[in-house]
Design a protein around this ligand. Structure first.
Ligand code: ADP
Length: 368
């Protein structure tokens, strides 16, 4: 069966991706994708199936997956085990896993090019997670910003899995001995921890793992802000200020129109407040250069009308999101296809995982 049965050009999403991929400046900064020995460099990343994907997931992660799958050896997973740390009820897990698969494929991820699999299907992850847990200290885990946030959000369920989330994430990454990890800015600290854990293993047992680094084609890591100017867009928090890839056109327009603005600048060329900067930032992601320049000039000479700006942004968002949403809906109809994708992905991921675990057990001396 072909895994490319939902081509992007059927929906118009392709022209947008082509525009992104053809940016000369960006391509010049792309690492070659191969190491000195000529073999492909390894890439790994994942997304939790805890709800609908949003613009932050797209621009922080999936956009890079789609580019990297062309030149790198890529492993992308649906992080279902991670989702259990905050969403222990598994009733909706299957449909959430399907949705994340479909949403990634609709954005251009090609399961024929990348290994696209479900985390729980690769048992070797749990073994490596166990060994790494012996090398992680309670103090450093308790200091993790995401752990402290989660404790605040879920005071009734502060479980050990939540505390060791960065250890499991490290296991996911280094299980494939990955070098590059395409993620958004919110993951910076976790990647630093992954480097620490990998190095600690290497120092204690011998060189097995490369140091993984967060990756965004040589640019700053991305943070797509929420529309109300507070924090980032996120699957499970602040849903009215987050633009989901599943949002209907009217919902997209409505959310954009509600974005926080003010009476406008009163002095030429003044500094933009954060919440206005955010709107310009969102425009940069989906609007043309001309549109962006027009509103920037209007801002600088104090003639900007935020109502018009948000109307334009709403239309540009609709044009960006609608083709993806339509593709997702058609992919979701085909459960057999999604199962095949996961099985094929898991087969590829297992080969790499088993190779690494052989090295790990040998390095640790667990070969008696
Ligand atoms: P969420 O926080 O929405 O539940 P995940 O934790 O599953 O998302 O993260 C999946 C990927 O999406 C990660 O690479 C993460 O860095 C990225 N990501 C999530 N939210 C944003 C955002 N607002 N801006 C940029 N990247 C983001």
């Amino acid at each position: 069966m072909s895994f490319s049965k939902f081509p992007l050009w059927e929906t118009g999403g392709f022209s947008y991706l082509r525009r992104l991929m053809n940016s000369k400046e960006e391509i010049a900064k792309v690492p070659a994708g191969k190491n000195e020995a000529g073999s492909k460099q390894i890439v790994m990343s994942g997304i939790r199936p805890t709800g609908f994907l949003h613009l932050g997931n797209y621009f922080g992660a999936i956009r890079n997956y789609v580019r990297m799958q062309e030149d790198f050896e890529c492993y992308f997973m649906v992080a279902d085990l991670h989702s259990l740390t905050t969403h222990p009820d598994t009733k909706e897990l299957k449909s959430n896993v399907h949705r994340v698969l479909a949403e990634n494929i609709a954005c251009g991820l090609d399961p024929d090019k990348a290994a696209f699999y479900c985390q729980s299907h690769i048992y070797e992850t749990s073994e490596l997670y166990l060994y790494l847990n012996m090398l992680a200290y309670i103090g450093e885990l308790e200091k993790t910003v995401t752990f402290k946030d989660k404790v605040r959000q879920h005071p009734e369920n502060i479980n050990a899995g939540l505390l060791t989330y960065p250890v499991l994430q490290t296991a996911d990454i280094i299980l494939h001995r990955a070098k590059f990890v395409p993620v958004g800015k919110d993951q910076e600290q976790h990647l630093e921890m992954a480097r620490n854990f990998a190095n600690r293993f290497n120092h204690r047992y011998g060189e097995v793992f490369p140091e993984p680094v967060a990756f965004n084609y040589n640019q700053e890591l991305v943070k797509v802000p929420s529309l109300d100017g507070s924090g980032k867009m996120s699957k499970s928090e602040n849903q009215l200020a987050t633009l989901f890839l599943a949002d209907e056109d009217d919902m997209i327009r409505k959310k954009v129109m509600k974005a926080k603005t003010d009476g406008g600048p009163t002095e030429a060329n003044s500094v933009k407040p954060d919440y206005i900067e955010n709107i310009f930032g969102l425009m940069k992601l989906v609007s043309t250069e001309d549109v962006l320049q027009k509103f920037d000039a209007d801002y600088n000479n104090c003639t900007i009308r935020y109502g018009d700006m948000k109307k334009q942004l709403g239309e540009d968002m609709v044009n960006f999101i609608a083709p993806i949403r339509n593709r997702v809906n058609s992919i979701l109809q085909d459960e057999k296809y999604l199962k095949d994708v996961m099985e094929k992905g898991a087969e590829k991921a297992r080969v790499s995982a088993q190779k690494t675990m052989k090295l790990v057990r040998e390095a640790m001396g667990l070969t008696y």
